[in-house]
Design a protein around this ligand. Sequence first.
Ligand SMILES: Cc1cc2nc3c(=O)[nH]c(=O)nc-3n(C[C@H](O)[C@H](O)[C@H](O)COP(=O)(O)OP(=O)(O)OC[C@H]3O[C@@H](n4cnc5c(N)ncnc54)[C@H](O)[C@@H]3O)c2cc1C
Length: 422
Amino acid sequence: MRKSRKVKYSGFSLLRNSLGSNFWPNIFPTPELRPHYDIIIVGGGGHGLATAHYLSSRFGETNVAVLEAGWLGGGNTARNTAIVRSDYLLDASFELKNLALQLWGTLGSELGFNLMYSPRGYIDLAHSDGELEDFILRANAMCLRGAEAKILDRHQLQKRVPQINLSESTRFPIVGGLVQEKGGIVRHDAVAWGFAKSAVEAGVDVVQNCPVTSFEINAGKVTGVRTNQGVIGCEKVLISVAGASSEVARLAGLLLPIESLNVQAFVSEPVKPALDVVVNYNAGLCYISQTDKGEFILGGATDGYPSYAKRGSFSSIEDVIVRSIQIFPFLSGLRLMRHWSGTADIPMDGNAILGSTPIENLYLNSGWGYSGFKATPAVGLLMAELLTQEKPPDLIAPFSLSRFEAGNLIDDSGTGPYTWLH
Ligand SMILES: Cc1cc2nc3c(=O)[nH]c(=O)nc-3n(C[C@H](O)[C@H](O)[C@H](O)COP(=O)(O)OP(=O)(O)OC[C@H]3O[C@@H](n4cnc5c(N)ncnc54)[C@H](O)[C@@H]3O)c2cc1C
């Protein structure tokens, strides 16, 4: 089995490389494809690469290929607003995200790659007494399950976030908030690169510019994939393509209960540190944090209609900017530097679809919409377990595709099957 050279980053290696010659090898060399793999992962985003990392590091499975249509992490992984948290009410959602939150804490050292996990705190704002009651319920549920959560009244909120506009005359006055101090942000593209580096060093083939164009299916069982580099045989396939889930599943004859909608993100010009916490303006449907480079990063809801065009509509840009200024008036003095969009794969209950499919040995990790980044290490670990141990791990069992037939939906937002309300 091919082994690539392990690359260690340190202050010494930085000094050595800065002195002239480049001693760092290419950490993602283009591998020669094998004719057959035990496992093929379609999609080289954070989730697919995390699965490859855990397959090799925890389950000793290295006869694995990750086939990526474009470049590593070029999908939603590097388009997201990088927020991680586990402040969910329902057991299934909470457990998965909380496992991830625990893993984020040590992942950088496990991968030997600086992921810049910054547990700076995540605050959800409440705008009515009724909403604050809901937050108290959620905070209690989180604490009972071993996580930390705290309710902030207006006074505590003002102390924690001095720049916030608590005026009674704003469009949606703020009455309090729920803070999870371990929530925060993680450098999103480093996550893809860190997982890829570890998997490649263990002997996994990570192949860029290699789209899967169809599946080889015989007698109801997947036996390989067709790519722009020919047919590759395999025992098992995991589809992990986020926004392209419906399209790729359709290549295998599967219709998924998913709608694909644009979600945008926005970045201001960089300024000195001014906000040391992530704030979610619930009623305004937007969230704000400041990156390590000093830029404010803003996110909002979906554009509200299905589309694969990776560009956003102007009405969403206006909505997010106007609402961000409502809670942080100082933002009005900053210029918007760039914005982009990603395709969010949103199932009818707004929760992920994980596990087997009606086609034998074809597995699915999809439906994360605009909330899957935070779950990346947990999903990778659990999908690796599923692919090697057959039985779905308890934590992903509730997320099966068959839940839609059985009516066992996981409706965190309580909005029913209306993707535009999630
Ligand atoms: C604007 C925005 C903001 C978001 N903010 C957050 C946030 O703050 N916190 C959070 O938790 N989540 C957030 N998300 C959601 C999060 O980004 C995704 O749920 C997560 O990154 C999905 O990871 P992934 O690896 O499954 O997908 P991706 O990173 O999209 O990877 C899938 C890969 O599959 C590849 N692919 C597609 N078709 C094929 C094919 N036929 N063959 C081979 N490869 C293929 C794509 O090129 C892509 O690289 C946000 C999403 C968006 C769009």
